[in-house]
Design a protein around this ligand. Structure first.
Ligand code: ATP
Ligand code: MG
Length: 432
């Protein structure tokens, strides 16, 4: 025996029936994106490393230690598996001059890669759904994105997700805050952990969202960025809050909610739940008006968010939401292989009419007995069994047997015109 191979640590297979949950979520996402007129964008999973260094920032967890980077063996290019998708979207929008005729609303869904310690809600290959609105400056679009996220929670039947909000103002306002922040942390040097000391002069804002319990007090008493905002920044923030209020969106302003990079500005927000333990942030977003320039495009405002799909699905599971299972309408019982040509022709016609059918197929031991085929039909969850017995076929018919009414009611249907009786097999027909 050769050794069994296994998946890479922190990278999960998504198997049935679990994958049905993913398909269900994807369907809801597509519908909600369409209702908000966001259009799908698909960028490559592999990009030049420089894109993420510029687009995420050198002094971030992602770029410092989480990227799967390698050198292309053939041409020596530095490449990286995308750790997130905003940088790629901005690159694509710039590369294809997509903003030439106005703003664009885009969304994506797909795998991201980060070298982190795998744990509940934290994987090395994980999935994000993201929405980005590029070319729009006002708080109305920030609000639209937040309302879109809330529409998703509603459609997914999720409760217990709270919204935290903050404004980062503009770079000049942040520079003044930064100076006072560094002064504050310097005054409390002794209480800083090693990471905080390292970030003190490179990215002091990030010290504010430290998870180290010993540093909470120093972070709490730090100068608040919001107190440094000028009239225009405050008006943008108030504009956002007014729209949220008009839509009964509950939120708390969290002055310690930050992003450590200079191209983030104005609105930042997170949707958080207490039901998933330490990994409780299910969606994070905000404005990044200066990122497009950073990546080499013409200046244009932008705002977006990303949802962690695994965390959202964990919450769906945790709340016991019923997810429709993709069950077949009918299971085809075929006692004798000689009936296969006729059976498959009928199944094809029924499938063309929209019926979902699971065909019985032989294993290495053959087709199995009539009885064992019926057991499989029952286990499949189908509402009907189609029995392609030799006698029926000789008469030009197939037996349709109900598997759900408890009585096993049977009818004979003509093989010649399957499309005429196809709809009687639809599961929904049972409830009519
Ligand atoms: P965290 O503080 O949890 O590391 P982050 O700031 O790195 O989060 P973002 O880059 O903002 O996360 O990504 C947006 C969302 O993607 C997160 O809120 C989370 O739901 C999800 N996410 C991020 N990293 C992972 C991961 N390794 N595994 C699963 N989901 C993740
Ligand atoms: Mg992270």
């Amino acid at each position: 025996m050769t050794d069994k191979l296994s998946a890479v640590k922190g990278m999960n297979d998504i198997l049935p029936p679990e994958s049905a949950r993913w398909e269900w979520l994807e369907g809801i996402v597509r519908e909600q994106m369409a209702r908000h007129a966001y259009r799908n964008i698909r960028t490559p999973i592999l990009e030049h490393t420089a894109l993420f260094v510029r687009g995420i920032g050198e002094v971030t967890d992602i770029v410092e230690k989480e990227m799967y980077s390698f050198e292309d063996r053939l041409n020596g290019e530095a490449l990286t598996l995308r750790p997130e998708n905003t940088a790629s979207v901005v690159r694509a929008v710039t590369e294809h001059s997509m903003l030439y005729d106005g703003g664009k609303r885009l969304w994506y869904m797909g795998p991201m890669f980060r070298h982190e310690r795998p744990q509940r809600g934290r994987y090395r290959q994980f999935h994000q759904i993201g929405a980005e609105a590029l070319g729009f400056a006002g708080p109305d679009v920030d609000a639209e994105l937040i309302l879109l996220a809330r529409a998703l929670w509603k459609a997914l039947g999720l409760a217990d997700i709270r919204l935290e909000l903050n404004s980062l103002g503009q770079p000049a306002e942040r520079a003044r805050h930064r100076a006072e922040l560094i002064a504050h942390f310097e005054k409390h040097q002794d209480g800083l952990d090693e990471e905080a000391r390292r970030r003190l002069h490179t990215n002091p804002l990030r010290i504010l969202d430290t998870k180290n319990p010993a540093m909470q007090e120093i972070a709490q008493s730090a100068p608040r960025l919001i107190d440094f905002l000028g009239a225009e920044s405050l008006a943008h923030f108030d504009g956002l809050k007014a729209i949220l209020d008009a839509n009964d969106v509950a939120y708390t302003v969290n002055p310690r909610l930050v992003r450590g990079l200079d191209y983030y500005n104005l609105s930042v927000f997170e949707f958080v739940t207490d039901r998933l333990g330490a990994q409780g942030t299910v969606c994070a977003g905000g404005r990044y008006d200066d990122l497009i320039v950073q990546i080499g495009g013409k200046p244009a405002p932008a705002v977006g968010w990303a949802i962690g799909v695994e965390r959202v699905l964990e919450l769906v599971k945790e709340q016991g939401t019923a997810v429709p299972a993709p069950l077949p309408d009918a299971y085809a019982v075929v006692p004798d292989a000689a009936a296969m040509p006729v059976a498959l022709r009928t199944l094809r016609e029924l499938r063309e009419a929209g019926i979902r059918i699971q065909m019985h197929a032989a294993t290495a031991d053959g087709l199995g007995s009539f009885k064992s085929q019926f057991k499989k039909a029952d286990a499949s969850g189908a509402a009907f069994a189609l029995v392609f017995g030799a006698d029926e076929i000789a008469r030009g018919e197939v037996t349709v047997k109900s598997l759900r009414d408890g009585k096993g009611e049977q009818t004979l249907r003509p093989l010649a015109r399957a499309s005429a009786w196809a709809t009687t097999l639809q599961s929904s027909a049972l409830n009519d």
